[in-house]
Write a protein that binds this ligand. Structure first.
Ligand SMILES: Cc1cc2nc3c(=O)[nH]c(=O)nc-3n(C[C@H](O)[C@H](O)[C@H](O)COP(=O)(O)OP(=O)(O)OC[C@H]3O[C@@H](n4cnc5c(N)ncnc54)[C@H](O)[C@@H]3O)c2cc1C
Ligand SMILES: *[C@@H]1O[C@H](CO)[C@@H](O)[C@H](O)[C@H]1NC(C)=O
Ligand SMILES: *[C@@H]1O[C@H](CO)[C@@H](O)[C@H](O)[C@H]1NC(C)=O
Ligand SMILES: *[C@@H]1O[C@H](CO)[C@@H](O)[C@H](O)[C@H]1NC(C)=O
Ligand SMILES: *[C@@H]1O[C@H](CO)[C@@H](O)[C@H](O)[C@H]1NC(C)=O
Ligand SMILES: *[C@@H]1O[C@H](CO)[C@@H](O)[C@H](O)[C@H]1NC(C)=O
Ligand SMILES: *[C@@H]1O[C@H](CO)[C@@H](O)[C@H](O)[C@H]1NC(C)=O
Ligand SMILES: *[C@@H]1O[C@H](CO)[C@@H](O)[C@H](O)[C@H]1NC(C)=O
Ligand SMILES: *[C@@H]1O[C@H](CO)[C@@H](O)[C@H](O)[C@H]1NC(C)=O
Ligand SMILES: *[C@@H]1O[C@H](CO)[C@@H](O)[C@H](O)[C@H]1NC(C)=O
Ligand SMILES: *[C@@H]1O[C@H](CO)[C@@H](O)[C@H](O)[C@H]1NC(C)=O
Ligand SMILES: *[C@@H]1O[C@H](CO)[C@@H](O)[C@H](O)[C@H]1NC(C)=O
Ligand SMILES: *[C@@H]1O[C@H](CO)[C@@H](O)[C@H](O)[C@H]1NC(C)=O
Length: 538
């Protein structure tokens, strides 16, 4: 953190100049001035890493990693600064200076938080934006890699495959996810039935703790290392990098997508899917997606249920396997496409077959949609009548041509059932048939449109109650849902934190609060659904 005096002087001058222009508009300006001066004193190298509202690139920097258009609207509060470190010492300085001056920080890696908690807050805050810290080093001989928090999983997958066609990493299917948020919240994808989650394959981590110290697994201790694997980084520390264990994949894998309408027997296939998908060999992952499509007549709505698969092997082995265990799918060789594992990540990300794999490296996104998402876990097979009810709910909700509504059912079982609930902070293990993701997205502006669509999704969630897990009704942290703990059905004698704590973390919540009390007793790392220190269990 040693830099030339003249650079420091320049920064202090600029910071003082900038802060004068804020004074008129912000009550917290002196707090912010002090924060910026503290940064200036710590390291003049940070000059070009700090965006304040006076920088012409402030808005574009803010928006570059906003993935939900609901939080791009003018009424969403903005940070007083965005700090984008290029060195771990800048992370330390940001934590120390923010803490000293009572400024909240929100850490952002890929910006995919469904509720935007990595870049919005109702108090004076700074975004600690990790996009510059994105190196990836792969060590094939030892089957490990070091990946910084700001790297995307698309970059990670690309880099691993670039070094070795026989290696991979289990994680999500959207290439732009940041490893900082995605891994610390669990990180699941289409290899989880074979290899578990991202958190199940992490060997070590470098973080900056609440006192500004750099810690690794040995110095942070097993409690904190346990907590950041599924408990969310945001409550505990700034994740700077991960050391991960690579997994092995064959040179050729097989993908497919088979759609069914109700007339083609979607209900029977979906019914059978619930019974077999969680029990199939671990090399096979079949996701079910139910969506509302336009019928042939105007305003007519239909259900389409698609089955999307990844098989870690060749089609000649897959087709007879499915014919035997899941004949209702009617999978033929023609439905199957063989490709490298890396190409399969492009396919699963929704790109047409043949799209160059370099698309995984593209950080420039088109304009995002508005969306709202909720999650549920299912532990008992939903009967056929239940499925019919669910299709009718979807059609009822999909009657607005302005929004697309769908449900993704992601099978568990396999390796997921073998890992004990307390092994990492991520608790949803054996006993689950599948995870539901409810999605509504739209592109029309207006708060009324948003409220209408969100209300419809909440209504659907309420009506799904009979089919899903109870006591607690579990939810997946990476599918952040600000309603959890706040909705009327959660209004019991429990406090807010205990409700979202038990839904996201089940029995791991108590240990998480103990780790929090030890590592961050003053609750510096905080958001609307963070882990409270010193929690009083009722
Ligand atoms: C299009 C899309 C597809 C998705 N697909 C999947 C999927 O296949 N599987 C899956 O498991 N999830 C999936 N998700 C959910 C995703 O895993 C979570 O949104 C995850 O939190 C994103 O991480 P991020 O770094 O991109 O997001 P961010 O918004 O940057 O961060 C998310 C949370 O983590 C915190 N955080 C971020 N970086 C750090 C850090 N370095 N240190 C400490 N805390 C940090 C943030 O403060 C915030 O609370 C998907 C999300 C989207 C939008
Ligand atoms: C910055 O450093 C100067 C000179 O050492 C000191 O006078 C000032 O108090 C420091 N400011 C902050 C906010 O740390
Ligand atoms: C923000 O503006 C200041 C003052 O002009 C400049 O020194 C700094 O480099 C700018 N920051 C970025 C990230 O461009
Ligand atoms: C911020 O405050 C508004 C108004 O009180 C509230 O509606 C909103 O949910 C809050 N935002 C967050 C992220 O909590
Ligand atoms: C590895 O990546 C480099 C740079 O993107 C590229 O030129 C090269 O073709 C890749 N090699 C393999 C084996 O994928
Ligand atoms: C259905 O049709 C409407 C207009 O008729 C269109 O706006 C909408 O995008 C279509 N939905 C789908 C899923 O194709
Ligand atoms: C199975 O697939 C074949 C070939 O696509 C098709 O002709 C047949 O109708 C399908 N059968 C069922 C029950 O869907
Ligand atoms: C499944 O196996 C049966 C019996 O061998 C065969 O008749 C049928 O055509 C196979 N179906 C598919 C889709 O391969
Ligand atoms: C990256 O994706 C965006 C949005 O789809 C596209 O406009 C852009 O051309 C892509 N960039 C590259 C280098 O492919
Ligand atoms: C959708 O259908 C429901 C019930 O039939 C109705 O109450 C609602 O107004 C409809 N919404 C739209 C946007 O048409
Ligand atoms: C809904 O999905 C369809 C089909 O993918 C697409 O054509 C349409 O633009 C989407 N509608 C909205 C509102 O995003
Ligand atoms: C939005 O909703 C409010 C309250 O329901 C209503 O008074 C207002 O007219 C609506 N605005 C628009 C543009 O539809
Ligand atoms: C809250 O606790 C009291 C006393 O234990 C009990 O009588 C009451 O029914 C509880 N309320 C709810 C909503 O659970």
């Amino acid at each position: 953190m040693k830099d030339s005096n003249s650079a420091t002087f320049t920064l202090v001058t600029i910071v003082l100049f900038l802060s004068l222009s804020w004074r008129a508009t912000s009550d917290s300006s002196s707090q912010v001035d002090k924060f910026l001066q503290c940064l200036a004193n710590s390291s003049a190298l940070m000059l070009e890493s700090i965006y304040t509202p006076s920088n012409s690139s402030f808005e574009s920097a803010l928006q570059a990693y906003i993935r939900n258009r609901r939080f791009l609207t003018p009424e969403i509060p903005k940070p007083v600064a965005i700090v984008a470190p290029t060195h771990v010492s800048h992370v330390q300085a940001t934590v120390i200076c923010a803490k000293e001056n009572g400024v909240q920080i929100r850490v952002r890696s890929g910006g995919h938080d469904y509720e935007g908690l990595s870049y919005r807050s109702n108090v004076t805050f700074v975004i600690l934006d990790m996009f510059n810290l994105r190196s990836i080093d792969v060590d094939v001989d030892n089957e490990v890699a070091f990946v910084q928090a700001g790297a995307t999983i698309g970059e990670l997958y690309y880099k691993i495959a670039n070094e070795s066609k026989g290696h991979a990493y289990p994680g999500g299917v959207c290439p732009s996810l940041g490893t900082g948020g995605h891994f610390s919240g669990g990180g699941y994808g289409n290899m989880m039935r074979k290899y578990g989650l991202s958190v199940d394959n992490i060997l070590d981590a470098q973080v900056v703790g609440a006192d500004g110290n750099i810690l690794d697994r040995a110095s942070m201790g097993e409690d904190l290392f346990w907590a950041i694997r599924g408990g969310g980084g945001a409550s505990f520390a700034v994740i700077v990098s991960w050391k991960i264990k690579l997994v092995q994949v064959p040179e050729k894998v097989t993908v497919f997508t088979v759609p069914f309408t109700l007339e083609q027997g979607a209900t029977d296939v979906a019914f059978k899917w619930q019974q077999v998908a969680p029990k199939l060999p671990e090399d096979l992952y079949i996701r079910q997606i139910a969506s509302v499509i336009n019928g042939s007549c105007p305003l007519e709505k239909k259900i389409l249920v698609s089955f999307m698969g990844l098989f870690l092997g060749e089609a000649d082995k897959l087709v007879p396997l499915v014919n035997q265990s899941f004949p209702e799918l009617n999978l033929t060789k023609e439905d199957c496409k063989e490709m490298s594992w890396l190409e399969s990540t492009v396919y699963w990300a929704g790109f047409p077959v043949g799209t160059p794999v370099q698309v995984l490296l593209n950080r420039t996104q088109g304009a995002p949609n508005f969306f709202k998402i909720k999650s549920d876990y299912v532990k008992t097979v939903i009967p056929k009548e239940g499925l019919e009810t669910i299709w009718q709910m979807l059609i009822g909700m999909g009657n607005s041509s302005a929004a697309n509504i769908s449900m993704q059912w992601n099978p568990y079982g396999g390796k997921m059932s073998e890992i004990p609930e307390s092994s990492t902070a991520f608790p949803h293990r054996s006993g689950n048939l599948f995870l539901i993701q409810y999605v509504v997205y739209w592109s029309e502006e207006g708060l009324n449109v948003s409220n209408h669509n969100i209300d419809r999704l909440r209504d659907m969630y309420d009506r799904m109650g009979p089919f899903v897990s109870k006591d607690p009704r579990e939810a997946f942290l990476n599918y952040r849902d600000i309603d959890i703990g706040s909705s009327p059905s959660d209004q019991t004698n429990f406090t807010h934190a205990q409700v979202y704590g038990s839904k996201y973390f089940k029995d791991n919540f108590q240990r998480l609060t103990m780790v929090k009390a030890e590592m961050d007793p003053s609750n510096f790392f905080k958001n609307e659904q963070s882990i409270p220190p010193n929690f009083n269990f009722k």
